[in-house]
Write a new protein. Structure first.
Length: 100
């Protein structure tokens, strides 16, 4: 039964395995073409990864800028509150001091 599955290799004519115009083996040409196709796909994927990385970098930079602006605003707000509290305490202290 297994004998029926044996593939018989027969010598092929040169015109069947080599391009008659340039002399390149069809097997080599096919493998080269497949490699070029794969290379093109990988280059496209690499370009997508680069673009994604650039978008992520831009987002991170925007978030960092937003965080810095928020910290500055918070610092200013805290400073303003401390200043108002200090002024109110001074007024209160001076008021009580004058009543003695």
């Amino acid at each position: 039964l297994w004998q029926h599955n044996v593939i018989h290799c027969h010598p092929m004519e040169r015109s069947d395995i080599v391009c008659l115009y340039c002399g390149v083996s069809y097997l080599i040409y096919t493998e080269f073409h497949e490699m070029r196709t794969l290379l093109a796909q990988l280059e496209a994927e690499l370009q997508e990864v680069r673009e994604t990385a650039q978008r992520e970098k831009t987002k991170r930079e925007a978030l960092e800028l937003g965080r810095l602006e928020w910290e500055r605003a918070l610092h200013l707000e805290v400073h303003t509150v401390h200043k108002h509290v200090f002024i109110h305490l001074c007024v209160l202290y001076n008021y009580k001091g004058d009543s003695k």
